[in-house]
Ligand binder design. Sequence first.
Ligand code: ADE
Length: 230
Amino acid sequence: MKIDILTLFPEIALSPLSDSIIQRARDAGLVEIQAHNLRDWSQDKHNRVDDTPCGGGPGMVLQPGPLHAAISELKQENTRVILMTPQGRQLKQAHSRALSSKSHLLIVCGHYEGIDHRIIETLIDEEISIGDYVLTNGAIAAAVLCDSIIRLLPGALGDSQSAIEESFTDPNLLEAPCYTRPVDFQGMKVPDILLSGHHKNIGKWRTEQALARTLANRPDLRENASDSEN
Ligand code: ADE
């Protein structure tokens, strides 16, 4: 897989992708990531890429010229062009999984008030938000999207089961609580069942706990589950 990130802040986008599991995936050749500075396509002698919003209002808008030139140069025939924006569809695990099978992603990062809408209409395949809050720039959101995709590439995680058994594999159920040694920590004990060696009962306990945890922390997920189960 190849991922190109187009941003005003290449270092912000690359920094979280340059360590640990993601860096190992890059070293192993599972993914090639390149971050490009939008200013390299500026059409102005001061390297500007933004201007004030038409119709007035606060902030600045990324101009269509540099974005059009950059996307046209970086896009290939098989490219999925994604814009990171709080106005996008909210990212879910199933979406990251679907994107992990693409061969080339071009991730465009918004900044300031956003990007000129004519670019969204003509060159962007989909708009993605990582949540209902506003970040200072889309480079952070791009890194989050990349991490969620790359860890799903075959071979990226040491123990491939951990990608299967975790929260959101069933999108309507969180994971059961987990414990490790010491069995007694400051008087708090690991539940006996987990030390019993009885795998069937442990499985049943985990399912019950997962449900209880989901109802406590994310009741909205159970509402979705009954919608899809009915
Ligand atoms: N840029 C700023 N905030 C964002 C968000 N929540 N998701 C994606 N891109 C963003």
